[in-house]
Design a protein around this ligand. Structure first.
Ligand code: PLP
Length: 380
């Protein structure tokens, strides 16, 4: 058996008719830029998330930048200044922090919760109490691995300190906090449709969601060069539209996303049941509303890399998301602030391991992975 993290070829075969039909429709109409599928997708996602506005764009990274730039512009300046601070987790994909830099602001990294791997609201609060809070403009909670952040606590903090919340929902399309869809709780949400995400296209794609009319209007102008009129613009914009053909693929795949997320949750539950007894492993919490973009275990005693090699020899793919924290990267050197050591984030980077979680994974494949992991720990 050969088990990848996610089998996109199998997924395509599973929904081949729908996707082929969708693409063929585009070939016929030839409306490649802002074609009807873009509007249709935006409306579908808007209804799904129960938000006022959704704006398709060219990637999840650009979705974060667009939302941040829109907050800055709404506040009266094109970009943030380096004096402006945005609080986020150091344990995320580079794009979260990098987008803060691109918006002009300074990222402030605070520590994570060691169980959910998400930003720790107490650490946010601690920083806000200790600094000139008026420098802080916003918070970017990242719903890492598809696990919802503690949005209740984060919303309360944001209200108290008058901060915006931009949810990084790149890994959590379809996830919920309590009864609310992720991406509908903060002032804006940034989604990614990178192929491996819970809703993925055949290339790059993304979306900004928001309840705020101004943010929606500004974002809409920024994706097409920064003006309502393309030939007479007001803002420093981008060419960051979502391709019609990607929207058509996403519309076809959208019909499967809830079913697939339900399967991801089932797979996670079974992993947890089967691996719970193993001493060296910490399984992820089965939080309500989590969609398991990744199923990530934690291996103690520095045996993570050993397990990864062992599984690789059995042709089982695994990944480390992420081997480095953001503050450890050169790009953030002298460009980010870290008020306190982020002990939990650094520890997580050394201990986490994501296992294959493919919504179309067969029971035999799942057995094979679980048996291999049990064998590794028995050998010890
Ligand atoms: C994937 C991802 C992004 C960036 O999305 P792209 O579409 O790849 O640009 C941002 N944040 C997180 C947490 C991600 O996982």
């Amino acid at each position: 058996m050969n088990i990848p993290m996610l089998d996109l070829k199998r997924q395509y075969q599973y929904m081949k008719n729908d996707i082929d039909t969708a693409i063929r429709k585009c070939l016929e109409h030839q409306l490649w830029i802002m074609g009807p599928e873009v509007k249709e997708l935006e409306q579908k996602v808007r209804e799904f998330l129960e938000v006022k506005h959704c704006i398709g764009c060219c990637s999840g990274t650009e979705a974060i930048v667009l939302a941040l730039r829109s907050f800055a512009i709404k506040n009266g300046s094109e970009f943030f200044s380096t004096e402006d601070e945005i609080i986020c987790t150091p344990f995320t994909f580079t794009a979260t922090g990098d987008s803060i830099l691109r918006s002009g602001a300074t990222p402030v990294f605070v520590d994570i919760d060691p169980v959910s791997y998400n930003i720790n609201p107490d650490a946010i609060l601690k920083y806000l109490k200790s600094c000139f809070a008026n420098k802080v403009k916003g918070i970017i909670p990242v719903h890492l691995y598809g696990t919802p952040c503690d949005m209740e606590a984060i919303v309360e903090i944001a209200k108290k300190y008058n901060l915006f919340i931009l949810e990084d929902v790149a890994q959590a399309f379809g996830g919920k906090w309590k009864n609310k869809m992720l991406g509908s709780i903060g002032n804006a949400g940034a989604f990614s449709f990178f192929p491996s995400k819970t809703l993925g296209c055949f290339g790059d794609g993304g979306m900004v969601s928001t309840q705020d009319n101004d943010i929606a209007e500004i974002t809409m102008s920024l994706i097409k060069h920064g003006g309502k009129d393309k030939y007479n613009v007001e803002h420093i914009g981008y060419n960051a539209r979502l391709d019609t053909i990607q929207a058509s693929i996403l519309l076809a795949k959208f019909n499967y996303v809830e079913k697939f997320n339900a399967r991801r949750i089932k797979i996670a539950q079974r992993y947890n049941e089967e691996l719970a007894e193993i001493k060296g492993i910490q399984c992820p919490p089965l939080l309500e509303g989590a969609v398991f973009h990744q199923y990530t275990i934690r291996i103690k005693d520095e045996r993570r890399n050993e397990l990864q090699t062992f599984l690789k020899e059995k042709s089982i793919a695994t990944m480390v998301y992420y081997p480095f924290c953001l503050h450890q990267m050169k790009v953030f050197e002298n460009r980010a602030k870290m008020p306190e050591p982020v002990v939990e984030a650094e520890k997580a980077a050394k201990e986490v391991l994501s296992l294959p979680i493919d919504p179309l994974m067969t029971a035999e494949e799942h057995d094979y992975i679980i048996t291999a992991i049990i064998e590794f720990f028995r050998k010890k």
